[in-house]
Design a protein around this ligand. Structure first.
Ligand code: PGA
Length: 262
């Protein structure tokens, strides 16, 4: 684990799942379970559940956030949502540039860059997703793609303002495929990401950035990845929808730091 995150950061990404009652039921059970967890636990939830869940999470260690937002402060953008609407509803962070947004909704690095800037202006912690496609992976272009995504998505931002940044490496070939990256693979790529962040932001600022892994995580591979690579945490999709598996992942991430402290 790097200096960026002395505690593992575990983010659940619910995608387009859970109604308000389902979400409240989940969070009511989750809060007491994670109360004394040494890991930081975040949930990226559907827009409609941000406010009720933030109310539930008040005074607890659970942090609620969004999965997307627009880059404009407000305006005639039917169907979009502004950062200040999210913070006002209680969101504390936002996932930006998820590969599903890039692939299905044609978001490019320039748009994501403007969203990161807007999130910082409004005080939302940005969780910037990067990662190569299967094709790019097969063509051995991972390093080039990931560096370009980081460069373009962080373009023009004063590194001092990026102390809170979270970078989630989520290779497209690993998302929802049961084909997760191995700890060895992750050790390599996290090193590439860290070195490039140092080049972009300077050593001091880059050290503050948390680097996570996401893609087909389950309790077993989560533990292996946290134990055997220097990643700072996990972005968990499908496995965060079940309280049982999500709690197992969070609990195992705590054991990982307990073991490291011995
Ligand atoms: P998955 O999704 O864990 O279901 O593969 C991860 C993500 O898309 O964030």
């Amino acid at each position: 684990m790097s200096q960026a995150a002395p505690r593992p950061l575990i983010i659940g990404n619910w995608k387009m799942y859970k109604t308000i009652p389902e979400a409240i039921e989940f969070v009511k059970k989750l809060i007491p379970i994670i109360a004394s967890s040494p890991s930081e636990v975040y949930l990226a939830v559907p827009f409609t559940t941000i406010h009720p869940l933030s109310e539930e999470a008040k005074g607890s260690s659970l942090v609620i956030g969004a999965q997307n937002m627009n880059d404009a402060s407000e305006g005639a953008f039917t169907g979009e949502i502004a950062a200040k609407m999210l913070t006002q509803a209680g969101a504390q962070f936002v996932v930006l540039g998820h590969s599903e947004r890039r692939r299905l909704f044609h978001e490019d690095n320039g748009f994501i860059n403007r969203k990161v800037i807007r999130a910082l202006i409004e005080g939302l912690r940005p969780v910037l997703c990067i990662g190569e496609s299967q094709e790019e992976h097969d063509e051995k272009r991972t390093e080039e793609i990931v560096k370009n995504q980081l460069k373009e998505c962080l373009e023009g931002i004063n590194p001092i303002n990026l102390a809170n940044l979270v970078v989630a490496y989520e290779p497209v070939w690993a998302i929802g495929t049961s084909n997760s990256a191995t700890p060895e693979y992750m050790q390599n790529i996290q090193k590439v990401i860290r070195e490039f962040l140092t080049e972009l932001l300077g050593d001091k600022n880059a050290k503050k950035v948390a680097v996570l892994y996401g893609g087909s995580l389950n309790p077993k591979n989560s533990k292996e990845l946290l134990q055997n690579s220097d990643i700072d945490g996990l972005l968990v999709g499908g496995a965060s929808l079940s309280l049982e598996t999500f709690v197992e992942i969070v609990n195992d991430s705590c054991k990982q730091i307990n073991e490291a402290a011995k």
